[in-house]
Design a binder for this molecule. Structure first.
Ligand code: RAM
Length: 334
């Protein structure tokens, strides 16, 4: 072989090698998990689940992203850039069910499979919504825990996430329905405030509730960020034993507050399983194994089959309750 031929052979081999690398990266299914905001332990746990699903599936590149503050505007920017990156699927926990519809529609027009999880996008903007649990069940659970914490009577206030959060607004609506039942007649909902899933704002809002409602018995925070801030506010104001905090929290973030007595019980589902399932579902849509039709059963790896119900929604398991007897054990997991 003369020198020229040798050089040409080397160049061809290099091109083939480079080409094959590009091909294998391109073969990967690119799934982007877009959360309400970064730095939230709940979504960190969902990310863990997403990574486990990606590893199991083998040919998935999982992109985990979201804005720094939980607003729809910031999420739209993130989604725009993911559309330019030509991801195959978007798995979104929405900061606003309606505001994300146009951008989600644009993504779907370009062939990107869009599903929402945790906090839903309105039906026009997604192929399905994965709820962590049944919404009415969550609302009832919140009312029951408020009742238990107060001994069945007294003033209750809610410290929520953002005013537009799909999931919290649905749960608060369901909790209000539950509170209308005769068994909760002695509980009085006096205020609903929003801490925007930011620790400092949630803390300030909790202090405001305590100061403007001297007879307050319970703060219900249906957000993992809000419940920690409210428990800290109750402790700092030396109100442990007088005001109780309950709601939805992560055992790892709540163990200390259960120990201090600021919190008797709280609930949550497994956020790792939620992120795992959402990633599995997105993959099924990309692979043409799911369309989001009512009644469809979609295989989701170790979680088994997930069934699409009305409005393209599916629900996972009932919320689990934590107290002094079990919080330490689960604090090691999420
Ligand atoms: C916060 C977020 C999330 C919600 C949990 C319970 O982390 O608002 O959307 O599902 O709380």
């Amino acid at each position: 072989m003369n020198l020229l031929k040798t050089l040409a052979a080397i160049a061809a081999a290099a091109a083939l090698a480079a080409g094959s690398t590009v091909a294998s990266a391109a073969d990967k299914v690119k799934i982007a998990m877009v959360v309400k905001s970064l730095g939230n332990g709940f979504f960190d746990a969902a990310h863990e689940g997403g990574k486990a699903a990606a590893k199991e599936l083998g040919d998935v590149e999982l992109i985990y992203t979201g804005p720094t503050a939980p607003t729809a505007e910031a999420q739209i920017e993130v989604i725009n850039s993911l559309i330019s990156q030509k991801v195959d699927a978007l798995v979104i926990s929405a900061n606003d069910k309606d505001a994300l519809v146009p951008i989600a529609k644009r993504a779907m027009q370009r062939g990107i499979k869009v599903i929402s999880f945790d906090s839903g996008i309105a039906p026009a903007g997604r192929l399905m919504q994965l709820n962590p649990s049944n919404n009415a069940l969550i609302g009832t659970k919140l009312a029951e825990m408020a009742s238990d914490a107060s001994g069945g009577a007294g003033e209750v206030a809610i410290l929520s996430a953002t005013a537009q959060a799909t999931n919290q607004n649905i749960w608060i609506g369901e909790m209000k329905k539950a509170l209308a039942r005769p068994e909760f007649a002695k509980l009085k909902l006096v205020n609903v405030v929003y801490g925007d899933d930011q620790s400092d704002k949630s803390y300030r809002e909790a202090l405001g509730l305590l100061r403007s409602n001297p007879n307050l018995k319970v703060i219900v925070a249906p957000t993992t960020v809000g419940i920690v801030a409210a428990a800290k506010a109750v402790a700092d104001e030396k109100l442990i034993g007088k005001v109780y905090v309950t709601g939805l929290g992560l055992p790892s973030e709540m163990a200390g507050h259960v120990k201090s007595g600021a919190v008797k019980t709280f609930a949550i589902w497994n956020p790792i399983d939620l992120g795992y399932s959402a990633t599995q579902l997105a993959y099924a849509f990309v692979k043409g194994k799911a369309t989001g039709k009512q009644g469809e059963q979609i295989a989701a790896g170790r979680m088994g089959k997930i069934t699409i119900e009305g409005d393209g929604e599916a629900a996972m398991s009932p919320p689990f309750t934590y107290d002094a007897s079990n919080v330490e054990k689960f604090a090691k997991i999420f």
